[in-house]
Design a protein around this ligand. Structure first.
Ligand code: GLU
Ligand code: ZN
Length: 289
């Protein structure tokens, strides 16, 4: 099966080194396998989208020498999400964040869950029927596991307790990321997903959606997040320097690529091109297998 890979950024701000590392690894992964590489702009959450951010991502990727064969923009694909949503068992939920937090506290269920699990308040009927409702998916009573393609670590989640009925369309009609990503990866025939490790715990629920919709499950490769000297994750908000700022300071793309390669432990000189990194990566692939 030919490899189809993708880089799927949210245009919410300027790319930093952590974003560039994910973009680089996704590109290397696809190109080393002679596959098709997709750029998918994930701009559904209009409240977080920044004007010009998508253009800047294209500029940054091109500057680094990371090309792509096809491009899609999620906000132009709403009809697909609507069509797929109608095949899933959902129910309207009118809970506010505060109501959910209070219900979790009152139920004393899974107090140590890393993220709040919706306690199913509206599963029988919405608690505030006259308010605008989100749509939640009634998750199957199943445990979903997957094994990461790089680390070979397996993560399992029991959906009712560790995930809960999650939102597929928000009460402002915005389709949820989990729905859009599953629909798009399937329609674009994506076989290999290289993305940040912040999405590790989202993977089982996305696989659950694929199964419910009879869609194939791609192989997942999660990239460790880059941290700063304080050990904190690089973030657009946390003041991580952007590629744009570095470029304007005169830092070369080759220098940035070399720094990213060093952060991965690859022995390269102080400046490399994307094409040179591709042959290093190819070599690593061959010696590893
Ligand atoms: N758009 C997501 C992000 O920027 C990534 C989605 C994915 O790769 O599955 O974090
Ligand atoms: Zn609810």
């Amino acid at each position: 099966m030919p490899t189809v890979g993708r880089y799927a950024p949210s245009p919410t701000g300027e790319m930093h080194l952590g974003n560039a590392r994910t973009a680089l690894l996704a590109w290397l992964h696809t190109r080393a396998r002679g596959g098709t590489h997709i750029l998918r702009i994930e701009d559904l959450d209009s409240g977080r989208v920044r004007p010009q951010a998508a253009d800047l991502i294209r500029t940054d990727l091109t500057w680094l020498g990371l090309d792509w064969d096809k491009e899609y923009t999620q906000s132009q694909r709403l009809d697909y999400y609507a069509a797929v949503l109608s095949h899933l068992q959902t129910y309207p939920c009118t809970c506010t964040r505060r109501e959910i937090a209070a219900a979790i506290k009152a139920s004393a269920g899974a107090p140590h869950a890393p993220e709040p699990v919706y306690p199913g308040t509206c599963a029988q009927q919405p608690s505030n029927p006259d308010k605008p409702a989100a749509l939640r998916w009634r998750v199957p009573d199943e445990t979903v596991c997957f094994t990461d393609g790089w680390t070979k670590q397996t993560l399992c989640q029991y959906l009712p307790e560790e995930v809960g009925d999650f939102v597929l369309r928000r009460n402002d009609s915005v389709y949820a990321y989990h729905l859009a990503v599953v629909v798009d990866d399937a329609l674009m025939n994506v076989t290999d997903i290289v993305r940040g490790a912040d999405l590790l715990s989202s993977t089982p629920r996305q696989i659950a959606l694929q199964r419910a919709l009879n869609l194939p499950t791609p192989t997942y490769f999660h990239v460790a997040l880059m941290t700063d000297f304080r050990g904190e994750r690089l973030a657009k908000r946390g003041g991580a320097p952007s590629l744009k700022a570095m470029r304007e300071r005169g830092v070369s793309a080759e220098r940035i690529l070399a720094d990213l390669a060093h952060s991965l432990g690859w022995p390269v000189p102080g400046e490399v091109t994307a094409a040179e990194l591709l042959s290093v990566y190819h070599q690593l692939l061959i010696t590893k297998t």
